[in-house]
Design a protein around this ligand. Sequence first.
Ligand code: GLN
Length: 467
Amino acid sequence: MIDLKNLTIKKAHGHLTKGDFSALELAEAYLKNIEAKNKELNAYLEVFNDVREQAKEADKRIKAGKAEVLTGIPLAIKDNILIQGRRVGAASKILDGYVAPYDATAIKKLKDKGAVFLGRTNCDEFAMGGSTENSAYGVTKNPHDTSRVTGGSSGGSAAAVAADLALAALGSDTGGSVRQPASFCGVVGFKSTYGAVSRNGLIAMGSSLDCVGPIAKTTEDAEIIFDCICGKDALDSTSIELSTINLQRSIKELKIGVPRNFIETEGIDAEVLKDFNESLLRLKKAGAKIVDVDLPSLQYALACYYIIMPAEASTNLARFDGVKYGPRISGTNGINDYFKTRALFGPEVRRRILLGTYVLSAGYYDAYYGKALAARSRIRMDFENVFNKVGIIAVPTSPTPAWKIGEKTDPLSMYLADIFTVTANIAGIPAISVPSGKTKAGLPLGLQLMAPVGGDEKLFNVCKSIF
Ligand code: GLN
């Protein structure tokens, strides 16, 4: 029996190369768990039917002495990242039955290393949401308490890793969709500097915010995946080669900034605040200096995000017209087909298309979209100023632990839950969520650390030294 609970990518690699178990045996252990638990959790929308063949290929590489750290490692992939020849649908009916014609760049890089793809995971439709309740294929349940949400939008990926249905996973993060579900499920989620991972082959939501990122059990595992998928890519003109800055090798001498005024607002759960303060204490004990910082424009971050994101999403989703992708519902004429097909979008996606179209319309562009862009520049400047004084900024990942399925009925209350995560996407900076503790009822909580552009590795180093 393979001890999946305590397995990490690094340990699995050791066992695979020593011959303690084969990639096939490892994949089969995960398939068995999926068989036992996925019906209830709904983490996977599809388990691939060639997992054993993929694992056998990996075993050939391992036998030939050509194993790299990701060879034979079973991964789960969010349903908005393309794998050639396989179905992909962003958990939307409008892409039902659509088959990806090419590999996302991140997928290609993982394939080159011999990783094994177990299946595609559930998410909010087109990654729009924070609970996976917006999926057209049912909610994903939190493995720590199945009456609660996993967070989202990469909820299926986070649940799969937390319940040992995959060793690690890929998600996407536009406003927190990797970090927040990771915190709700007690695992690690990482969003890189904008552009560090190619967006080629990621179904677009908000293109100036979207990042593909890893969800894993440890910081080290998240780093292994990030190191594999990062890099400049000719197929994404916004991608960059990360020039690493100021590698903080240890936590000693590190100054950590805490925007107290922003954190201690009325919406924050008392247990979250307590856990956050305990995390700061741990960082302090490890040698870091904790200082208060002021980021005055953060109060505009959520409003800014909920204008820029729908604006970009509304244009990105214009392509789903029944002609180029997915099903086409036939009506009486071309325009009627279009309306009928577009009605396959779920309510949250429609809401964002409407909002985005509104803020971009001639009469309101300056009042909303233009203002949001100005606010975005201010937020970026505020971060730059603060990063002149501190190396890292700490905030909780989410103001509350995982809520009950069905509890948040109005969209606004769901948007408010993104308060601590959207800022990193607006500023384009790297951020990581690491498990920091649990509530009395046993629900996981996450600590989020942010670094300046290029500080990705610094975040890994700091987290590895204490969490
Ligand atoms: N919860 C946020 C939203 O609903 C973030 C989504 C994401 O990062 N994809 O937009």
